[in-house]
Design a protein around this ligand. Structure first.
Ligand code: OAD
Length: 267
C-alpha cells in the first residue's frame, strides 16, 4: 500500500507530466518572474526569512522620498546589491527560460528582477518591469546609462555620489514603491496578453514571485480570460496561488531543468 509521501510523489510526477505536455502543445508562452528565479544563484528574495526587506524598512531605501531625504543611504543599499551580482551566475532556471525564447514562435519574459541574470543567460525578449540594478538614471536630464561595473562602495561612503555629465545626481534605474511602471512595458505585455488564445496554444508560467506587489499586476486573471493555461512554479503558496490551473511546488531551477529536458532534448 502507498504511504502518504509516496502518494504525493505520484501526484507531483503527474503534475510535472502535465506541464511537459502543456509546454509541448504551446505555441505562445508568457513568463512572469520574481526573485525566486534567482534564489538558486544565491541572490536573496525580498520577503520572508533572510529576505532583503527583513530588518530593513522599504520606505528607507526603495522610495523616491528616501532618495530625496538620504541619497547616500539609498546608494549604499544599491551599490551593495550591484557588487553582489559579480559573485553570482545564472542558474538552470535562467538558462531554460533563454532556451524557451529560441523554441517558441511567440515568447515574452516579464521579470520583476533587477539583477542581470536573465540577460547573462541569453534572454533578449525580456521586459524588466522594475528596472535594472546595472543602469543609472539622471534625476535632472533623465538619461538612462548602463553601467559595466558596480558603483564603488568606498565612493558612496565618502559621500561622493555618482553624477551625470549634465551635473545632475544619478539614481539607480529601478522602480521604487510609489512609482509607476514604464508605459511601454505595460503596453508590450498587454499586447502579448491580447494575442493569447485557448485550445492549449497559449501558456502563462508564473515563477518565483509572491505576487505581493499589485496582485501580480492582474496577469493571471487576464491570461485566464483569454483562454491561456496558467501555471505557478514556486516551493511555497503565494497571493496568486488560487488563480492557477496547475501548481508545481518545486524550486524553479530544479524543476525547469527536469521538465525542459523532456520537451527539447537538444543541449
Ligand atoms: P518576494 O520576495 O516577494 O517573493 C519571492 C518568491 O520566491 C516567494 O514566493 C518564494 O516562495 C519564492 N521562491 C523562493 N525560492 C524559490 C526557488 N528556488 N524557486 C522558485 N521560487 C522560489 O519577491 P518578488 O515576488 O519578486 O520590488 O517581489 C516583487 C517585488 O517586490 C520586487 O521586484 C521588489 C519587491 O519589493 C521593488 O523593489 C520595487
Amino acid at each position: 500500500m502507498l504511504t502518504n509521501s509516496s502518494d504525493e510523489a505520484v501526484r507531483q510526477a503527474a503534475r510535472e507530466a502535465t506541464l511537459v505536455q502543456w509546454l509541448r502543445e504551446a505555441r505562445q508562452v508568457l513568463v512572469f518572474c520574481g526573485a525566486g528565479v534567482s534564489v538558486e544563484s544565491g541572490v536573496p528574495t525580498f520577503r520572508g526569512a533572510g529576505g532583503l526587506w527583513e530588518g530593513q524598512r522599504v520606505e528607507d531605501v526603495a522610495t523616491p522620498e528616501a532618495f530625496e531625504y538620504n541619497p547616500q543611504k539609498v546608494w549604499r543599499f544599491y551599490a551593495q546589491r550591484q557588487a553582489g551580482l559579480i559573485t553570482v551566475a545564472p542558474n538552470p532556471a535562467h538558462t531554460v527560460l533563454a532556451a524557451m525564447e529560441r523554441h517558441y514562435p511567440g515568447f515574452l519574459l516579464v521579470t520583476q528582477n533587477v539583477d542581470n541574470l536573465h540577460e547573462r543567460a541569453g534572454s533578449e525578449k525580456l521586459i524588466k518591469f522594475h528596472g535594472s540594478l546595472m543602469e543609472t538614471r539622471c534625476t535632472e536630464c533623465r538619461r538612462v546609462t548602463p553601467i559595466g561595473e558596480p558603483v564603488p562602495l568606498a565612493e558612496i561612503e565618502a559621500d561622493r555620489l555618482p553624477h551625470c555629465r549634465c551635473g545632475g545626481l544619478l539614481r539607480p534605474n529601478v522602480v521604487w514603491f510609489g512609482e509607476a511602471l514604464l508605459r511601454r512595458h505595460l503596453t508590450e505585455m498587454q499586447e502579448f496578453l491580447a494575442g493569447m488564445q485557448g485550445g492549449g496554444q497559449s501558456l502563462l508560467l508564473v515563477i518565483g514571485t509572491s505576487g505581493a506587489v499589485s496582485d501580480g499586476y492582474g496577469i493571471v486573471k487576464d491570461a485566464t480570460r483569454r483562454g491561456a493555461r496558467t501555471v505557478e512554479i514556486n516551493p511555497d503558496p503565494t497571493h496568486l496561488t488560487r488563480q492557477f490551473d496547475l501548481i508545481l511546488r518545486e524550486r524553479a531551477g530544479v524543476l525547469l531543468e527536469r521538465v525542459w529536458r523532456e520537451v527539447d532534448p537538444k543541449p
